[in-house]
Write a protein that binds this ligand. Structure first.
Ligand code: PLP
Length: 264
């Protein structure tokens, strides 16, 4: 018998420009051979120049979407992206405690590249207390990790990445992928910190202007691949390779005049 195609759920915000959020997640799922379902936590009016406005539904409507999906569809992995506010964080956490999917990837989305808040600042505590302990893998960049662990004034270097990764594990995250894409330099190193130790995942920086939706794409690729790989290290390694390909292919797109999206 052939193995069934995995079903992966993204819980995230919509990007009307199609480059990030739900749209990037579903394109990534298709490219990596899994079926995608989507629970939408917020609508954004957005293009390649940035987010103009956000409309978040009542948390009860997010719960209704989650119940509709989980009561019918076997979900093999979940990716969590933009959550907008603390009520939605709590609604998502409650549903995940009820339905207990096997794999949860938490992308701790806080700010858009043009500085629009995608998570209310007062929701960071709810994210830390309610969702971190449920996640199999958390994928923060350094500023997001610092906000979650309550650190400030830290150097932006690999030592700080490892330190924050350990701190997030002591707050209940089982594995942490600290993303170093913002560090600058010719390499774009990430650190995976899990129960087996710290793993440095180097990758040459892909020097393109089109980077909108990079974090969304990476976390969606990890969720798609953890259903097909034996470990987070394998899923993350192959997801990074997928991301590099999508970044390279982005130069073929003509989408907007700002920071454009990736090609999946
Ligand atoms: N819009 C939505 C709905 C997102 O989920 C995200 C990222 O997670 C973004 C925008 C941010 O994209 P960027 O980092 O390219 O601004």
């Amino acid at each position: 018998m052939t193995r069934a195609i995995p079903n992966v759920l993204t819980i995230a915000g919509s990007d009307s420009g199609g480059g990030a959020g739900i749209q990037a997640d579903l394109k990534t799922f298709s490219a990596l051979g899994v079926y995608g379902a989507s629970v939408i936590t917020a609508l954004t009016a957005q293009n390649t120049h940035g987010v103009r406005a956000i409309h978040a539904p009542d948390s009860a409507f997010v719960t209704a979407q989650l119940d509709a999906v989980f009561e019918d569809i076997r979900i093999d992995a979940v990716k969590i992206g933009m959550l907008a506010n603390a009520d939605i964080v709590r609604a998502v956490a409650a549903a995940l405690r009820r339905y207990r999917p096997a794999h949860i990837v938490l992308d701790t989305v806080m700010l858009s590249k043009n500085g629009h808040a995608l998570l209310a600042p007062d929701a960071v505590a709810a994210l830390r207390e309610e969702l971190l302990p449920l996640a199999g893998l958390v994928t923060p960049n350094l500023p997001e990790a610092a906000a979650l662990v309550g650190a400030n004034g830290q150097a932006a270097d690999e030592a700080a990445m490892r330190q924050h990764g350990e701190a997030l594990r002591s707050l209940g995250a089982r594995a942490v992928l600290m993303k170093g894409g913002h560090l600058g330099g010719s390499e774009s190193p990430d650190w995976l910190i899990d129960e087996t130790g710290s793993h440095r995942l180097g990758a040459a920086r892909v020097d393109v202007k089109q980077t909108h939706g990079t974090g969304c794409t990476l976390s969606a690729a990890i969720a798609a691949l953890i259903t097909q790989r034996p470990s987070w290290l394998d899923a993350v390694t192959d997801a990074k390779a997928y991301l590099v390909g999508a970044l390279r292919e982005s130069t073929r797109l003509q989408v907007g005049t700002g920071i454009g999206p990736l090609h999946h």
